[in-house]
Ligand binder design. Structure first.
Ligand code: NOJ
Length: 563
């Protein structure tokens, strides 16, 4: 007898919803954490820019999707030179996103719905409009506030050359010369990112004191954790040594650098961990740490430091069974000795959405400018998601990926805002493409994003990908995510643990067992036959089962349970 199974999804049951609300220790070990990019999620006041009230209004959607926590990219007071990663006041909400009362209401509502809130902390650099930096410049050379950043005299006869040869990750030199109060060209300051993002000097005690206080401010507000921006960058090598020659640095790069992944950063996190542990409620830190290897990443999540670190090695892996298996094994092996959960991520606000990455030939990296084969990309993205959600540990979902959104690769230059687009040589500045506001409804102004326009134009046809268009539609990407997340709750073997048992599989196919759960991912271009391992739980495409065997099409992942 032959049976057809369509990829399908069912809305969350009441029982599943109840589990969301139940407090659980170590919730973060297998949590699914949803990244909200506030300016592009939901706009409550029709100004074309998403805001905190918009996020609050959509929390029930996130609860029903079945995620455990929400990570919000920065919403602090900021001139927005780098979309909020240039913070002018760490204790204030930027008026374009709302105010502290809105943040409070959002945190409270989330908790009532059983969702946790993780906020973004940006300790490597501030905005050049931060009070400390403004005063440092205004007070001139010798100002004690200059010691809180990296100010240096220039090289050359008249100090006209930068103090060293470091380049900004966004392109151009990592140093900018200030004009002193008397109008003369003066000292230079370090900025690993845009000139509007001066790097703090973490050797200065006031910097550490300030950030410990900022941590407490948000912990007192009730947040459940922090995502630490550029967690690997705080400490620079002594003497700021020259690099010698080097290619343009890449966002999420993994080269050994005198300004990244220095051993001194770990002392900062040991201190932070003590603060966090003073608070009740199982709160967490997640590190954005670009390191040369997963083994170096593991150092950030030793038991007395942070809880999780993003797995950028996984994010950078092509849709290829062999490569995926290598990175999965290496990740699990490197996390096991430190007892931290592995994390898995396919998309975020800095990289081309995975539906577009996988639509293109392999090896192009994470900043892609071509749409590629969209149908292929979506098929692979769905399969990649089911693979990711079957792995032990915690997974990150970036807003809109549950709709299968592609990157918008053809934004006109005049609307682009990514600072790297304007400074770089075109290699890393395409982040606006994954930041286009998401569609909630089939039609209407900005497809339900808000009552007005949207800060980046949404492409025609965006409404067909909307939440409204996909809700309740069997086989839609949204329902696939809902079913997968609901299954993660009902199948204890999904997410938990720190190992996978690999099963024999044809070339191009990954197959593994975890307790009563089996996952098969066919990354190859041809259908394959595998044993039907048990009761079919979910599949990212249409599979056929007959006589104990399953036919798994190209670029498809299947979940079975033997329980
Ligand atoms: C990493 C953030 O994810 C990115 O968006 C930002 O531009 C840099 N850090 C600098 O803060």
């Amino acid at each position: 007898m032959s049976q057809q199974h369509s990829p399908s999804g069912s809305p969350l049951t009441e029982a599943a919803v109840a589990t969301v609300a139940a407090p659980r220790r170590d919730w973060w070990r297998d949590a699914v954490i949803y990244q909200v990019y506030p300016r592009s999620f939901a706009d409550s006041n029709g100004d074309g820019m998403g805001d905190l009230e918009g996020v609050r209004s959509r929390l029930p959607y996130l609860r029903d999707l079945g995620v455990d926590a929400v990570w919000l990219s920065p919403f602090y007071a900021s001139p927005q030179a780098d979309a909020g990663y240039d913070v002018a006041d760490y204790r204030a909400v930027d008026p374009m996103f709302g105010n502290l009362l809105d943040a409070d209401a959002l945190i409270r509502d989330a908790h009532e719905l059983g969702l946790r809130i993780i906020v973004d902390l940006v300790p490597n650099h501030s905005s050049d409009q931060h009070e400390w930096f403004r005063r440092a410049v205004a007070e001139g050379p010798g100002s004690p506030l200059r010691d809180r950043y990296h100010f240096r005299p220039g090289k050359g006869k008249n100090g006209e050359l930068p103090p060293n040869d470091w380049e900004s990750i966004f392109g151009g030199p990592a140093w900018t010369r200030v004009t002193e109060p008397d109008g003369t060209p003066g000292e230079w300051y370090l900025h690993l990112f845009a000139p509007e993002q001066p790097d703090f000097n973490w050797e200065h005690p006031a910097v550490g004191d300030e950030f410990r206080s900022i941590l407490r401010f948000w912990l007192d507000m009730g947040v459940d954790g922090f995502r630490i921006d550029v967690a690997h960058g705080l400490v620079k090598a002594d003497g700021l040594p020259d690099l010698g020659t080097h290619d343009q640095l890449k966002l999420l790069g993994n080269d050994v650098m005198p300004f990244f992944d220095q051993d001194g950063v770990h002392e900062v996190y040991r201190q932070w961990r003590q603060i966090l542990d003073e608070y009740s409620g199982d709160r967490i830190f997640v590190a954005e740490a670009w390191t040369p290897t997963v083994e170096r990443t593991a150092l950030y999540v030793r038991p007395d430091e942070l809880h999780q670190a993003f797995n950028f090695q996984y994010l950078g892996t092509d849709w290829d069974a062999k490569e995926l298996r290598t990175v999965i094994d290496r990740t699990l092996e490197s996390m096991r000795p430190v007892g931290a959960p592995a994390t898995w991520v396919l998309s975020n606000h800095d990289v081309t959405r995975h539906a577009t990455r996988f639509a293109n030939p392999p090896g192009l990296g994470t900043q892609i400018r071509t749409a590629g084969d969209r149908a292929l990309g979506l098929r692979r993205a769905r399969a990649a998601t089911l693979l990711m959600l079957a792995l032990p540990g915690s997974a990150y979902v970036y807003q809109g990926e549950e709709l299968g959104l592609p990157d918008v690769v053809d934004l006109p230059d005049e609307v682009r805002q990514d600072p790297a687009y304007f400074r770089g040589e075109g290699q890393d500045g395409f982040r606006d493409g994954c930041r286009v506001p998401i569609p909630w409804t089939r039609a209407g102004s900005s497809y339900g994003f808000g009552a007005g326009g949207s800060w980046l134009p949404q492409p025609a046809g965006w409404g067909d990908l909307s939440v409204e268009a996909q809700t309740g539609v069997p086989g839609s990407t949204l329902e696939l995510y809902r079913s997968a997340l609901s299954a993660r709750r009902s199948q204890p073997d999904l997410g938990a643990g720190d190992a996978v048992e690999w099963l024999r599989a044809p070339e191009g196919v990954l197959a593994f067992r975890r307790g009563e759960f089996v996952c098969v991912a066919n990354t190859g271009g041809e259908a394959v036959a595998t044993p039907a391992y048990g009761r079919l739980l979910l599949a990212s495409g249409e599979i056929t089962e007959a006589d104990g065997e399953a036919k798994v099409p190209a670029d498809t992942t299947v979940w079975w349970t033997t329980g």
